[in-house]
Design a binder for this molecule. Structure first.
Ligand SMILES: [Zn+2]
Length: 267
């Protein structure tokens, strides 16, 4: 049960959970503060919603070298510009320049040194086009911050059309490289083994695609029909997310079937 294990946080990581619990945010957005032992400056990942009390609590953990963003969903980024302002202009680094302060895009694969923290930006699109993960090494320990690419509980959604299942599956495969490296997600608890959890997600996606293929073969020809066939027990308040996933799955299968003749006919 390695993948199911909830893990204790390293001493240099603090979790500040935002007060925005809900069907899509689980217990609320996880805002992570990272400070190497003895370091003056910290780094914050995902300030979360525009909630003044939450942002003031984050600011109390400063000074910060910069603010990192895993992806542009509002429950992660909405408070970023305000936090930057509260801190006197601390830079916000995001893959999507619309969320950066100033608006320089964070390079995928980029390495950032930060007062005792070594941070690598992992290119993991799929949940959204701009999703990245952060591999952070400090004091001989490595952890991966996954945003919404992999969650601490349940599964995540491919937020079609911005999200893309064809991009998401290789991103999960990339995360299977981090054997027994703790995974600190955007929602839910930290988990002991990033690779094991990414493999579980890949298996889950594979099973869903098998179900969707069967539903299509049986005549399901719309996202609504896919949801009815594959997610029959879906709660009304997250049905929109199931429709996103169904559209992402249909889009993926359509492209897969378009590619098939080329695979059969190598020139
Ligand atoms: Zn998200």
């Amino acid at each position: 049960m390695g993948a199911a294990e909830v893990v204790e946080l390293p001493s240099w990581v603090t979790l500040l959970r935002a007060p925005n619990a809900g069907p899509m945010t689980l217990d609320g957005t996880n805002t992570w503060v990272l400070r190497a032992p003895g370091a003056e400056h910290a780094v914050v990942i995902d300030p979360g919603p525009l909630d003044e009390d939450h942002l003031a609590r984050i600011a109390g953990h400063g000074p910060f070298l910069f603010i990192l963003i895993t992806h542009g969903h509002h429950d992660h980024v909405e408070g970023a510009a305000r936090l930057s302002e509260l801190l006197g202009g601390t830079h916000v680094l995001a893959a999507d320049p619309r969320h950066g302060v100033p608006a320089d895009p964070l390079g995928r694969g980029e390495h950032l040194g930060a007062d005792g923290l070594e941070i690598q930006v992992l290119d993991t699109p799929g949940h959204t086009a701009d999703s990245v993960c952060f591999l952070v090494e400090c004091a001989g320990e490595r952890v991966v911050f996954t945003g919404d690419t992999v969650l601490g509980r349940g599964t995540t959604v491919v937020a079609w059309p911005d999200g893309d299942l064809g991009a998401y599956l290789p991103s999960l495969a990339l995360l299977t490289a981090y054997e027994r490296v703790p995974m600190l997600p955007g929602h839910g608890p930290a988990r002991a083994d990033c690779a094991a959890l990414a493999r579980e997600y890949l298996t889950h996606r594979d099973q869903r695609l098998t179900q969707v293929r069967a539903a299509v073969a049986a005549g399901a020809d719309s996202p609504e029909a896919i949801v009815a066939a594959v997610y029959p027990e879906i709660a009304p308040d997250v049905r929109f997310a199931a429709l996103w996933s169904a559209r992402a799955q249909l889009d993926y299968l359509r492209r897969e079937s378009q590619q098939a003749p080329e695979q059969l006919d190598p020139l």
